[in-house]
Write a protein that binds this ligand. Sequence first.
Ligand code: HAM
Length: 417
Amino acid sequence: MIQLIRGFRDILPGEVELWLEIERIARELLENFGFKEIRIPIMEKTELFARSIGEDTDIVEKEMYTFPDRKGDLITLRPEATASVVRAYIQHRLFAKDPVQKFYTIGPMFRRERPQKGRYRQFYQINAEIFGIESGLADVQLIFLLVNLFTRLKVADLEAHINSLGCPKCRPNFKAALQKFLMSISDQLCSDCIRRRDRNPLRVLDCKVPTCREAMTEAPSILEYLCSECRRDFEVVKNSLQKLKIPYVVDKRLVRGLDYYTRATFEIQTRSLGAQNAIAGGGRYDGLVKELGGPEIPATGFAIGFDRLAEVSGLKASEFYQKPHVFVAALGKKSGSFAFEWICDLGLKGIRADMDFSEKSLKAQMKRADRLGASYVLMVGENELEQGTAILRNMQTKEQVSIPFDDIVKKLKEAVR
Ligand code: HAM
């Protein structure tokens, strides 16, 4: 039997109802906050991701699904959405009318990571981006939205982690100081971190290897190297979070796995997830629009890990499972053809209707109706056909009434209202 690709998974009925509910609530909240949906392709030219996420990141170095198309051009299954949204913003000159734009997009992403609980090779993100607002208040609004969304979805033990990654003016000084520190502790670093030390030293800060973590406790903090503008921006972020009563932790090790970030970055974590504890991450990326060929326009955004969110949400799929309103139990061929017409008609009129297509006994059909959780059973047999009526049974109260064929839709509409 052919099985799924490792790290990929099916979201089956019984689980998908929760996904739909999460998506419904997330869309509603995003739209209330002024975000408009944008749909972007699943594949892009490899260069787009390499340039935006950064050549020296784990994602670009070893996690992308990249292959030549039939002409030999390298294309990649998107590992994230931000690069594509920025490309679309530039390509369609969406900034020309008004540089301030807010977009959201929901869909699958692909990263060839080592699969484990909460980490998949195809996973879904709910992604939001704000263009054209320089103020740290935009970042705060994103964090506020996330925390409120997660609270509404009954996620326990939420923690907002924030940090500032500075700007091209102040970050080089920090990088130099960090590199100097890393040289002094080289003998305690893992082989990956030795490589990172020279090429992308910030990444050493969030290495998960215990010896590296231990060795990094005395590492310099970027917050001490921020220029005055970045410092002021970070103060705005912290003060506004306080005003909105959003608890946060300043986490000097929060550097994120993508290179485009500047200034405020954040992650929303939950302790109920185990090792993969981030349900959302994001931050400011003021240089990326220009880097990808657009004008100099600031931007900030986030992505929620949909799979992880569904795992930790206290809402249950069974609360949203749509059971049939009515099951039509027909006895005999002729009744069966009536029943078939009714379920087609009822479905169009907004009543969830089902039947058995294989002339089973009434008992067997009632059993099936019960298993499906139908609220009503509509019974029709030889006698009913003669009288032009069907029997409607309320499965909860066991009450039965007789209704003329012509009134079936009307009566059921009243009953399921
Ligand atoms: P990210 O931190 O790489 O950021 O991903 C955001 C979230 O996606 C993570 O916090 C996690 O919940 C989820 N996620 C990431 N990888 C996996 C995986 N392999 N399996 C399951 N879930 C995963 C970004 O992608 C940025 N584009 C966010 C952003 C938007 N920054 C600015 N705008």
